[in-house]
Design a protein around this ligand. Structure first.
Ligand code: COA
Length: 329
């Protein structure tokens, strides 16, 4: 059961015009190819855990409780490769002592974490779980890669899940999750792991420490996988496409969101769009969009909502819920 929601964005806003001063691009290209108008970017030295802590604190406030049994952090940009960032975030939130772990499914991370948290609750290992998705994605962007620089932004969203019954508003439907490791090279940060521990190659290049994406191929797979996962999730729940009031898809690209809605025969007015203000915030994009829609009234109690995402790995997923009444923190 979804019982609290919060989000946080770093204060610095980078507009398309500002990016056009640094890259060979334009506000027109970025708006028409992606739908993005601005994004928030961390200041130097601001780690992902800071964003996660801010969003987590707001979700706890929204839930009206600090009685939490576990903390999950979905992120592609942990503070350090080791240890995980979740214990640090739990400690900062006054939740030390509870189990806390990171989960990386790139842009599908929030849906993977939501499903994991719901399963932990169903297994009765916990009554309440704080799920945070936080990204300082700008720290991975190659300063010379204009196509990534214009797309990605930083931010964090968080929800509190509590035990409940499947027919209550806020109950998370059965999640449809998937992966295909044969597509691992579509979205990469090659260096820094066990395969390539050193960021700088012997000839002095350090490009491998940056994020790289084969954008056009990702676009194609993302549309197909998000549409398939959504169809499967709707079938589990027993909803037809016309029953869906809101579709909250990973905020990768406005054209991509429209393609998914078209494939599913869902009217584009039912898409929740938040990427214009924040860009693609990877794992954080769905909870950021949900929080904004709840606050702005685009999501109201009783709405039948489907969530779907696609990310590096490749990974994907979808789930459904009836939107509950949630306090804005
Ligand atoms: N400004 C101006 N031109 C740009 C540009 C920019 N910021 N970025 C790329 N271009 C140019 C390319 O150089 C290319 O020029 P060419 O035709 O002369 O070679 C042209 O635009 C088309 O490049 P392409 O990479 O095919 O663009 P695109 O239309 O696919 O848009 C993305 C690029 C990244 C915006 C788009 O592919 C995308 O959003 N993909 C999906 C991302 C996604 O789903 N992610 C989900 C998981 S994170």
């Amino acid at each position: 059961m979804l019982s609290g929601i919060g989000s946080w964005l770093p204060p610095r806003i980078v507009t398309n015009d500002e990016l056009a001063q640094r890259h060979d691009t334009s506000d027109h290209w970025i708006r028409t190819r992606t739908g993005i108008v601005a994004r928030h970017i961390v200041s130097p030295g601001m780690p992902t855990s800071h964003l996660a802590e801010q969003a987590g604190a707001r979700a706890l406030q929204s839930a009206g409780t600090r009685d939490i049994d576990a903390v999950l952090l979905a992120t592609t940009t942990p503070d350090r490769l080791c240890p995980a960032s979740a214990p640090k975030v739990a400690h900062a939130l006054g939740l030390g002592g509870r189990p806390a772990f990171d989960l990386d499914a790139v842009c599908s991370g929030f849906l993977y974490a939501l499903s994991t948290a719901a399963s932990i609750i169903v297994s009765e290992a916990a009554d309440r779980v704080l799920v945070i998705a936080a990204e300082a994605f700008s720290t991975l962007i190659n300063p010379s890669d204009r196509s990534s620089a214009v797309v990605f932004g930083d931010g964090a969203g968080a929800v509190v899940l509590r035990a409940g019954t499947p027919d209550e508003p806020g109950a998370i439907g059965r999640s449809v999750l998937g992966s295909d490791g044969s597509l691992a090279d579509l979205i990469t940060v090659l260096a820094g792991g066990s395969e390539q521990p050193h960021a700088t190659s012997p000839d002095g290049h350090d490009d491998n420490r940056y994020f790289s994406m084969r954008g056009r191929a990702v676009f194609h797979h993302a549309v197909n996988r998000m549409s398939e996962a959504t169809r499967a999730s709707l079938a589990h729940t027993g909803w037809a496409a016309e029953d869906v009031d809101r579709i909250v898809a990973h905020q990768a690209n406005l054209r991509l969101l429209h393609s998914v809605a078209e494939q599913l025969n869902i009217a584009p007015e039912r898409l929740v769009v938040h990427l214009d203000r924040v860009g693609n915030t990877a794992a954080a994009s769905i909870p950021l969009a949900l929080e904004h829609a709840n606050r702005s009234g685009a999501l109201v109690p009783g709405h039948r909502v489907v969530l779907t995402a696609f990310g590096g790995g490749a990974t994907w997923g979808a789930t459904t819920l009836i939107w509950p009444s949630l306090t804005c923190a």
